[in-house]
Design a protein around this ligand. Structure first.
Ligand code: ADP
Ligand code: MG
Length: 347
């Protein structure tokens, strides 16, 4: 039986776009979030503002839904597991446990025989000194990173101070001389069927996605390798829903997995306008147990993120045909905050 009351944990733009897609499918959405200003409340049928450890509110959430998903991976796994005992959470909480931890994530990927950047788990300045082959490198918090938060570039040992006392776990990753970044978004259904979108080419500025486009300007070999890796990852995780794999391509055309997102992804926003079924609709179809429909590309496209104050300019603009502006309707404008995006279809 398809589920028609979907609970979503998190109320950012991804949650908001999921709610919009759900509406189209006549699925009711209940969003729970600890951000009282979260924009998804504008599109949810019910919005519950609460900390994630508030038992009463979590109960209210559970009682109103028949399936649960999430829009971000940094939710305490115990909370997902508790909810999962009463109402199914998809993607499964144990998937999230692996992916929200960079060390476990990279071990999982490497064990599949898929390459990542070279990396080491580090807990002290001394550990970094044992891994000078990884310099210049990037020190990343092992958990809770997003949009480059919790990342520090280490060009040489001079940047490493002996007195450093690590309050967090980190991984140190070799810095890759990037030729290109791409991502592969796919949706896997309960019965193992999947739909895989063509690779998307991404350009980051200050570690934040700036713009994305299809088609990606890559060889057919890299196209295939990227899709095969994503499929293998999804299959081994027994994944249900939409997920994204981010890849680095270096100057020798090596393709390395950067990270997995167990959710819909910013680089897939262009699927809303460029395909008959977006990554959001596909996610809902998969987790709610709806049928998989045939997916067709409508047009090539480019998506640009709109950060901070830039949004004001767009709010005042009139758009031509084929230009689709999305305002996340966030109440507070902050520097570097993702406020909206624009997708331009190309022929
Ligand atoms: P987040 O979890 O914040 O998305 P990522 O690890 O994906 O963090 O890093 C964000 C961006 O920073 C990447 O998309 C890439 O542009 C750059 N970056 C991260 N790690 C490396 C690396 N090892 N070498 C080169 N660039 C990197
Ligand atoms: Mg990333």
């Amino acid at each position: 039986m398809p589920k028609n009351k979907l609970g979503i944990i998190g109320s950012g733009q991804l949650g908001s776009l999921l709610c919009q897609a759900a509406k189209k499918l006549k699925i009711k959405t209940v969003v729970i979030s600890d951000d009282k200003n979260g924009p998804a409340q504008n599109n949810a049928d019910i919005f519950i503002y609460s900390n994630y450890d508030n038992k009463e509110k979590i109960n209210e959430f559970i009682n109103n839904v028949d399936i649960v998903t999430y829009e971000f991976e940094n939710i305490p796994v115990e909370i997902l597991q508790q909810i999962d005992k009463r109402v199914k959470v998809l993607p499964k909480p144990d998937i999230n446990q692996v992916i929200q931890n960079r060390k476990l994530e990279k071990e999982f990927i490497n064990n599949l025989g898929i390459e990542t950047t070279n990396w080491a788990y580090v807990k002290s300045a001394e550990d970094i000194k044992q891994n000078t082959n990884l310099l210049p490198g990037i020190l990343k918090t092992n958990t809770l990173g997003y949009d480059g938060h919790g990342q520090f570039v280490l060009n040489s040992l001079k940047d490493v101070k002996n007195e450093w006392r690590f309050s967090n776990e980190y991984i140190l990753e070799k810095k890759v001389k990037l030729k290109k970044e791409i991502s592969v978004i796919m949706t896997r259904f309960l019965n193992g069927d999947n739909y895989i979108y063509e690779p998307i080419e991404n350009v980051h500025k200050n570690q934040i996605l700036d713009h994305s486009k299809i088609p990606a300007n890559i060889s057919s070999e890299i196209f295939q390798k990227a899709q095969n890796s994503a499929k293998l990852i999804a299959q081994k995780l027994n994944y249900v829903g939409t997920m994204c794999v981010e890849f680095f391509i270096d100057h020798n055309d090596n393709i390395l997995v950067n990270e997995i997102a167990p959710r819909v992804h910013n680089s897939g926003h262009l699927t809303i306008n460029a395909f008959n079924v977006s990554q959001f609709e596909n996610h809902i179809r998969a987790v709610c147990g709806l049928e998989k429909v045939e997916i067709k590309k409508i047009a090539n496209a480019e998506m640009k993120n709109i950060l901070g104050k830039e949004i004001q300019k767009f709010r005042a603009k009139v758009f031509e045909k084929g230009h689709f502006f999305f305002d996340y309707e966030k109440k507070i404008i902050k520097e570097k905050r993702k406020m909206g995006h624009i997708t331009i279809l190309k022929n």
